[in-house]
Each structure stands twice: as structure tokens, then as C-alpha cells.
Design a protein. Structure first.
Lengths: 269, 341
């Protein structure tokens, strides 16, 4: 085993994507009371990958979340997978933060920690921006290995330099991308299969250290973030208009013919 | 700021491969005209400053072809920059070039495609220029208000950017590109200064995985998609056959790709591809919200499913309750007869 790897995994609490999700009328933020909150699915793959790397290289896995106080339930859940500790950035003033400001806060929090590699999900199921990992790399001025479906970290060479290589999933196939550490890696759900925690893991998670950081701890002005500091404002939220009711028939020997008739009526054949 | 700049100049990042503009670049140009006068930024791998095939870059012919295609789209202003870093390193060379142009030209907005690369460029550019950004924009108004569809497309949000130079990453296929009077573009060569961080993430190779002769899933006007109900990988041949008759592409649900029935690159949905075809035929797909997220903007939706209580029927224009293993062969035969008669 070479030099150990210290890993930080970014974990976001999101409303369950399988349930009905709504934005609050008053301030257009996610109504967390109206839907169950879960760990962003893609982040579980990032945790799994971090644990795999720790098994291979040794080191530590720390989770980092920015979110409201209630997010601690998702942090505890995520810790059950086997990470060592977690850091929770939470502050009333953070409510309503846009991606630009979220990345500033997460970058500042990363500045208080020791790590060789930051792992994230490739996208969050609520925001679906796919921008936080790239923004963090930009702010920290380190390499980004984004959209990975495969990740390898080579042992350090004689100068102590370590190189990461990914297969980056693209619209038409993949690219092989390589960079020196430290780096930010984001992963898709094709990279591994997250394991279910054992009873012992679940019990152990209860006593793992979770420390909190406030904006004051990070030296960030409260007026710079949240609703007042946001770089964009939501002006309206409406549900998608429902599709008109269609025709449903029971299959019979002529179902195929009826389907072709429908296609012809819409000028699709 | 250069003297010839107009207050409403809108920078558009051209997407291209092998001397061909992407279809989405035309959509960006149409969207840019809503806000002002498009100025297309064309970043091409080549020798620094000048042109150069010798350096492994694009040929003069490829650059000329791209400019000609922009002329066809009615684009008057083109800013061309060449450097060996473009296409050799992941997104950062493009970010630095755009940031420089934003500083120099103070455009009214920057438009790019909400592809994987495009979104990363947008995010980094926002950080570098102290600007706000909106990704996956589906509609743009002349006052800069932009709509996005969130929560698996169930909710439509309108927002405005209030900080810096607004950056919009436009969702492919959301805006229909409008034809324009062809022009002879004025191509200005710009010198971009790239720092060492532009060379942080090296692209060692780019592999296009074979997708057969069918059209690109995201661009196809017909998509025949299969889910767990297809049952066996071999039975996807039925869907392929129908897709080929209709000149369409084949898609799959996550249950189908996870179960090894069909390759992952064809997954449609929240964590797969978003499609917006004229016709979507869902076979043996239940219609989970994460699947609908990627296809519910299809103009016509046909459903074949043996369980009439499947939620996919809620969004069907034409639904058949039945076994796809019977309905698909019937449909293939009916289409063949129609073609023959
Ligand atoms: C965070 C997250 C992201 C996700 N992203 C995606 C995504 O991008 N894309 C996606 O598709 N899913 C996604 N999912 C999964 C999604 O929730 C569903 O599990 C999945 O879409 C189900 O696929 P399915 O409809 O093929 O399978 P099932 O739900 O099992 O449905 C199979 C259907 O086939 C029908 N059937 C069975 N036999 C036959 C037959 N012989 N003839 C006709 N019909 C038959 C059944 O009636 C049933 O309706 C995601 C889930 C999560 C949590
Ligand atoms: N508030 C947050 N706290 C921790 N991690 C986050 C947060 N927001 C985004 N991330 C990380 O960034 C990834 C991509 O998110 P996004 O850019 O929002 O699609 C997620 O999968 C998380 O790993």
C-alpha cells in the first residue's frame, strides 16, 4: 500500500425524487416538509467509490454537507455506509443560496479540511445543475475529473505526485481523462453498486463525529449568501400543464393495425 | 472594450466536431437573437495564433467550413481563436478564453449548450466572472427571464439573473432554430492567453461507442423505448425492428439498462438522456417519475403495457393494454403491409 489517501465526499440532502416535490409558495424554495428527504442518490455512488479507494490505499473518508439543520438525518444515514466522520455547514443565512454561492461556501469549508481528493455526485436530483463539482475545482484552482464511470488513483511516484484517471461518460461514449492530485472527481451511477449497510455499520454510525461550521467559522459575510446574496431570483413557479387525455384500447388481433392508424392520423407514418 | 462593440452583443459558444457545427449551435443563435446580436465564439484546436494542421489541429478547410455554416445561419460576427489546448484538455481552456472575451467585450449575455461540457463551462465562467447562471434553460424572453423545468419536468420555474454577465446554458431541442438570411461572416481572429490551469485535466482519448446506423437518441424524431417488460435482451430486436421501420432510435428505461437488457448509453430519464421527439413509443415501461423526466415533452406518446394501471398511461396519447411481444410483431406487419400497398 502506498501513501494513504484522505478523501472528502460531498453529500447533499434532497427531497425524494420518487415522491411529489413542491416549491414553497412564499419563497420558491424546496418545501422540505412536503416531501421526504433523502441522500442525493448520486452521492451514494461517490461514498461507495471513496470507501473503495480507502480500502485500496488506506486513509480517511469525511462527508461534507451544506444544508439546514434537519440535513443531519441524511448525514447520519450516509455515515452508515462506512465513512469516518462528517462536517455539516449550516447557518440560517444560507437558505436560498444559488449554485454560485453554494460553491463558495463549500470551497471555504474544504479549506478547513485536509484532503487529497474530493468526490461528488455528478448531479443532484433536485437542482440538477451538474455545476458544483466544476465550480469547486475552479475556486480551489485544482484539476477536475468530472462525470466518471470509472476511476483509478495510481500510487505516488518518486516525487510524491499522484495521478488520477477516469473514464468520463459522454453523450456518445467516453473519454479518458488524467490529472494530478489534488482533484475534484464527480461520479455517475454507472461507476459502482453501493452496498447496503450492515447492522454493525448502522450502530457504529450513531457515534461517529459530526462537526458543524457556521458562516462565521468560515469567515463569510451573511449578506453575501442566501436569498439576499443570490445571483439569480425566481419570479414564478407553475406546474406543467397536464397532457390532454388520450385513447386507450385493449389489445386484440388488430391492435397493431389500430396503432398504425393512429400514427397515420397524426401524420407520423 | 473595442470600439465596434454594441451594447447588446451576445456571445454564443459554438459546439463543433470534425468541422461540423452541432444542431444545438443553431438553436443557440436563434435564442441569442431574442436578447441581441449574436457574436459566435469559435474555439478550434490548432497552432497558437495562426492556423495549423501540422500541430495536430484542425485544417484551414475545417475552419472555413465552420465559418461557412455560421454564414448559412445568418451570423455576421465570428470570433475565432486557435490554440493547441482546445480539445486536448477538459473545458478549462474554453473557460479561460470565454472569460477573457467577457472581460474585453462586456457582452449582454453568454449562451452555451447545456451539454455535460457546456454546463461545466457555464459554472466555471460564472465563478470567474462573478456572474449568475441558469442551466437547462428551455425558453428565453427578451427581458432576460428564463424558464427551466425542474422536479422531473413537473414544475416550470421562471428566473432572472441579477449579477454580472448573465450566463445561460440552453437545453438541446428546447428551442426551434429559425432560418436566417445567409451572410458572409466577418471572422476576427483573437489571441487568447491561457494559464497553466488550462492544462490541468488531460484528454487522453475520446471513444465513440457504436450505436449502429440509427439516429442519435437525443436528436431522433421517433424513439421506440423498452423497459423491464421487454423481458429478455433478445426481445429488444422487436423494438429495433420497429425503430428501423420508422427511422427512429431505440431507448430504454433504467430497469432495462441496469438489468443488462440494453446498453446504458441508451437510458432515457432523469439520470439518462432527455428526449423530445415527435413520437415516443414506450413498451413495457411503467412510467416512473424519473423516466417521465426524460421523455414527457415528446409531441406524441404511444404506450404498450400489459397493466392498465401503469402510470405511463396517464401521459399516453394512444395506449394499448396488452403484451408487447404480441403487439409489436402485429405493428411491424401492419407497417410493412402499409408500405407495400
Ligand atoms: C434518483 C433516481 C434516478 C432515476 N433515473 C432514472 C432514469 O433516468 N430513467 C429511468 O427509466 N428510470 C430511472 N430511475 C428508476 C425509476 O424509478 C424506475 O425504477 C424505472 O424507470 C422503472 O423501469 P421500468 O418502467 O422499465 O420497469 P418497471 O417499473 O418494473 O415496469 C415494467 C412495466 O412493464 C410492464 N410489462 C411487463 N411485462 C409486459 C409485457 N409482456 N408486455 C407489456 N408490458 C409489460 C409492466 O406492467 C410494468 O408497467 C431512477 C430512480 C432514481 C431513484
Ligand atoms: N449543498 C450541498 N452540500 C454538499 N454537497 C453538495 C451540495 N450541493 C451540491 N453538492 C454536491 O455537488 C454534486 C452536484 O450537484 P449539482 O451541481 O447541484 O447538480 C452533488 O451530487 C453533491 O455531491
Amino acid at each position: 500500500m502506498g501513501k494513504p489517501l484522505d478523501l472528502v465526499v460531498l453529500v447533499k440532502q434532497v427531497p425524494d425524487s420518487g415522491a411529489d416535490r413542491v416549491l414553497r409558495e412564499s419563497d420558491f424554495t424546496v418545501d422540505r416538509e412536503a416531501s421526504d428527504s433523502v441522500v442525493n442518490e448520486m452521492d451514494e455512488y461517490a461514498i461507495e467509490e471513496a470507501l473503495r479507494l480507502k480500502g485500496e490505499h488506506g486513509g480517511t473518508v469525511t462527508l461534507l454537507t451544506m444544508g439546514p439543520e434537519q440535513a443531519v438525518t441524511s448525514i447520519r444515514k450516509a455515515l452508515q455506509m462506512g465513512a469516518d466522520a462528517a462536517v455539516h455547514v449550516t447557518d440560517m443565512a444560507l437558505a436560498g443560496s444559488c449554485a454560485v454561492k453554494t460553491s463558495e461556501v463549500l470551497a471555504a469549508a474544504l479549506g478547513t479540511l485536509q484532503w487529497d481528493l474530493v468526490l461528488c455526485g455528478a448531479e443532484s436530483t433536485d437542482g440538477q445543475l451538474c455545476v458544483i463539482p466544476a465550480m469547486l475545482a475552479q475556486r480551489l484552482d485544482i484539476a477536475a475529473l468530472t462525470g466518471a464511470r470509472k476511476l483509478t488513483i495510481a500510487d505516488a511516484d518518486s516525487t510524491g505526485e499522484r495521478v488520477g484517471t477516469i473514464q468520463r461518460q459522454t453523450e456518445t461514449g467516453y473519454q479518458t481523462i488524467q490529472a494530478s492530485l489534488p482533484a475534484v472527481v464527480s461520479v455517475w451511477d454507472t461507476i459502482n453498486e453501493p452496498h447496503y449497510p450492515t447492522f454493525r455499520d448502522i450502530m457504529a454510525a450513531k457515534s461517529k463525529p459530526v462537526s458543524t461550521l457556521s458562516l462565521v467559522d468560515l469567515g463569510i459575510d451573511a449578506a453575501e449568501v442566501g436569498f439576499i446574496g443570490a445571483t439569480s431570483v425566481v419570479t414564478s413557479v407553475v406546474p406543467r400543464p397536464p397532457r390532454g387525455a388520450g385513447v386507450v384500447i385493449d389489445a386484440g388481433a388488430d391492435a397493431g393495425a389500430k396503432l398504425v392508424e393512429f400514427l397515420a392520423s397524426r401524420k407520423l407514418v | 472594450m473595442s470600439s465596434d462593440n454594441v451594447a447588446t452583443e451576445v456571445l454564443v459558444l459554438a459546439e463543433h466536431t470534425d468541422g461540423t457545427l452541432s444542431k444545438t449551435t443553431a438553436e443557440l443563435i436563434t435564442a441569442a437573437r431574442i436578447l441581441g446580436e449574436p457574436a459566435v465564439v469559435l474555439l478550434v484546436r490548432g497552432g497558437r495564433g495562426g492556423r495549423g494542421e501540422a500541430s495536430g489541429g484542425s485544417s484551414d478547410a475545417a475552419v472555413d467550413a465552420l465559418c461557412a455554416q455560421l454564414g448559412e445561419l445568418g451570423v455576421v460576427h465570428v470570433m475565432l481563436a486557435q490554440a493547441p489546448e482546445f480539445g486536448s484538455y477538459l473545458v478549462t481552456p474554453v473557460v479561460q478564453a470565454l472569460a477573457q472575451l467577457v472581460r474585453e467585450r462586456k457582452p449582454a449575455a453568454v449562451l452555451l449548450t447545456a451539454s455535460a461540457d457546456g454546463k461545466e463551462v457555464a459554472g466555471r465562467l460564472a465563478v470567474l466572472t462573478g456572474s449568475g447562471l441558469l442551466t437547462d434553460v428551455t425558453e428565453l424572453r427578451d427581458d432576460g427571464a428564463a424558464t427551466q423545468e425542474i422536479f422531473a419536468g413537473s414544475t416550470i420555474v421562471t428566473s432572472r439573473i441579477i449579477t454580472g454577465t448573465p450566463i445561460y446554458a440552453m437545453r438541446p431541442n428546447a428551442i426551434t432554430s429559425q432560418p436566417a438570411v445567409p451572410v458572409q461572416p466577418e471572422v476576427r481572429t483573437v489571441e487568447v492567453l491561457l494559464s497553466a490551469s488550462a492544462r490541468a485535466s488531460r484528454i487522453l482519448d475520446s471513444v465513440v461507442e457504436p450505436k449502429g446506423n440509427r439516429p442519435e437518441l437525443t436528436e431522433a424524431s421517433v424513439v421506440v423505448a423498452g423497459g423491464r417488460g421487454v423481458g429478455r435482451a433478445e426481445d429488444f430486436q422487436l423494438l429495433e425492428q420497429l425503430a428501423d421501420q420508422l427511422g427512429g432510435a431505440v431507448g430504454a428505461s433504467r430497469a432495462a439498462t441496469d438489468g443488462g437488457l440494453y446498453p446504458h448509453q441508451f437510458q432515457v430519464g432523469q439520470t439518462g438522456k432527455s428526449v423530445s421527439p415527435q413520437l415516443y413509443i414506450a413498451c413495457g415501461i411503467s412510467g416512473a417519475i424519473q423516466h417521465r423526466a426524460g421523455m414527457q415533452t415528446a409531441k406524441n406518446i404511444v404506450v404498450i403495457n400489459s397493466d392498465s394501471s401503469s402510470p405511463i398511461f396517464d401521459i399516453a396519447d394512444f395506449g394499448i393494454v396488452g403484451d408487447l411481444h404480441e403487439v409489436l410483431p402485429q405493428t411491424i406487419t401492419a407497417l410493412r403491409e402499409r408500405a407495400g400497398s
